[in-house]
Design a binder for this molecule. Structure first.
Ligand code: PLP
Length: 394
């Protein structure tokens, strides 16, 4: 057997995908498990998008495209960024890729040398640290504390910067915390990034999923110099319920985008052509379905949030965006006889028959992540099961 390369020897599979697979396996054995692990909207892709994709195939658009995406899709993304963020980008400052995830991967490959540091606020989305390590970078974790609404503070950021710091990842609205940075908070962090010439990777994939009076501001909107220092990462997966189509984009400095495009030309050739036509319709067509889905998430949140809050030993902040709840359950785990939250989460799956993601995969080991991207009926049943499980063992 050939030995594996060093860079993959410490690679761990995505916790989210692993739990989802385990829940699926139990379901296939006929066990009635409710999955709250999903990281994707539970709606089908809107009809007009399906139609545009089908039409493109019958019109013969089934061949390679430019590596960085079709010019017409780049135009649709330019228009989207102008409409939503009031930002102007040229086509050379935009790359279309195979989902936000792969664009982040490509980005780290083109900006990091061995030992370069990337500052990652915790709780974080599972793939950030692994991707940084695969590019020989060093993830530097910055604990966004529960008492600070799971947001990092300017003094924390300043203290984490070294001469090796290359970039900061900001994810607002956040997976897994659901928190949204305000314009003032971003401004305070931006001053520090500018002072240290720190590249800002702004993952805005949950931009459209906002609740209450939360507003999405891209840090790139704050000034021209910040726009130059920021790479926006976004895509259609969460906004238009298009996770399986695998289309995302990055927008920012031309030299970085150009290197990413060159790398894509040798690694992916191009994002799937049909999916690009679908994404074109997603951005150019009517946006009503985006709002319909957002409203459904908001309604579910309003119903289940008080019920989750009422589970003994659960402490939870009300999310302002995305579709996750991240309760701190260390008290519940302790009182029900589990040494770790991981073991508690495992028991929720095997005994209460509810699949949740243990927060250890997000760098937040006192928490579990519950996704409310599932029907209200199932959500209510799942929360009831968890509540009863905790009470029965208390
Ligand atoms: N960024 C965050 C914070 C996510 O939660 C996800 C998906 O779960 C992604 C990026 C990746 O999205 P995509 O489907 O576009 O690759």
């Amino acid at each position: 057997m050939v030995s594996l390369a060093k860079r993959v020897q410490t690679l761990t599979p995505s916790t989210t995908l692993a739990i989802t697979a385990k829940a699926k396996e139990l379901k296939e054995q006929g066990i009635d498990v409710i999955g709250l692990g999903a990281g994707e909207p539970d709606f089908n892709t809107p009809e007009n998008i399906l139609e545009a994709a089908t039409k493109s195939m019958y019109e013969g658009h089934t061949k390679y495209t430019p590596a960085g995406g079709l010019p017409a899709l780049k135009k649709a993304i330019q228009d989207k960024l102008k409409r939503d963020q009031h930002l102007s980008y040229s086509p050379k400052e935009i790359i279309v890729g195979i989902g936000a995830k792969h664009l982040l991967y490509t980005l780290f490959q083109v900006i990091l040398d061995e030992g370069d540091e990337v500052i990652i606020p915790t709780p974080y989305w599972v793939s950030y640290p692994e991707q940084v390590k695969l590019a020989q970078g060093l993830p530097v974790f910055l604990e966004a504390k529960e008492e600070n609404q799971y947001k990092i503070t300017p003094s924390q950021l300043e203290a984490a910067i070294t001469e090796k710091s290359k970039a900061l990842i900001l994810n607002s609205p956040s997976n897994p915390t659901g928190m949204v940075y305000t314009k003032d908070e971003l401004h305070a962090l931006a001053l520090i990034c500018e002072k240290h010439n720190l590249l800002i990777i702004s993952d805005e994939i949950y931009e459209k999923l906002l609740y209450g009076n939360a507003q999405h501001v891209s840090i790139a909107q704050l000034s021209d110099s910040l726009k130059k220092l920021t790479i926006i990462i976004n895509g259609v997966s969460k906004s238009h319920s298009m996770t399986g189509w695998r289309i995302g984009f990055a927008a920012g400095d031309e030299s970085i985008i150009s290197a990413m495009t060159d790398l894509a030309s040798h690694s992916t050739s191009n994002p799937v052509t049909t999916s690009q036509y679908a994404a074109m319709e997603a951005y150019n067509g009517p946006q009503d379905d985006v709002e319909v889905m957002r409203k459904a998430f908001e309604e579910r949140l309003s119903v289940i949030f008080p019920k989750v809050e009422a589970i003994p030993g659960f402490r939870v902040l009300k999310p302002q965006g995305a579709f996750y709840l991240l309760p701190n359950v260390s008290e519940a785990a302790k009182r029900t006889g589990y040494e770790t939250v991981d073991a508690f989460a495992e028991a929720l799956l095997t005994e209460a028959k509810v699949a949740v993601i243990p927060g250890s995969g997000f760098g937040a080991p006192a928490t579990i992540r519950l996704s409310y991207a599932t029907s209200l009926e199932l959500l209510e049943e799942a929360v009831k099961r968890i509540h009863e499980f905790v009470e029965s063992k208390w």
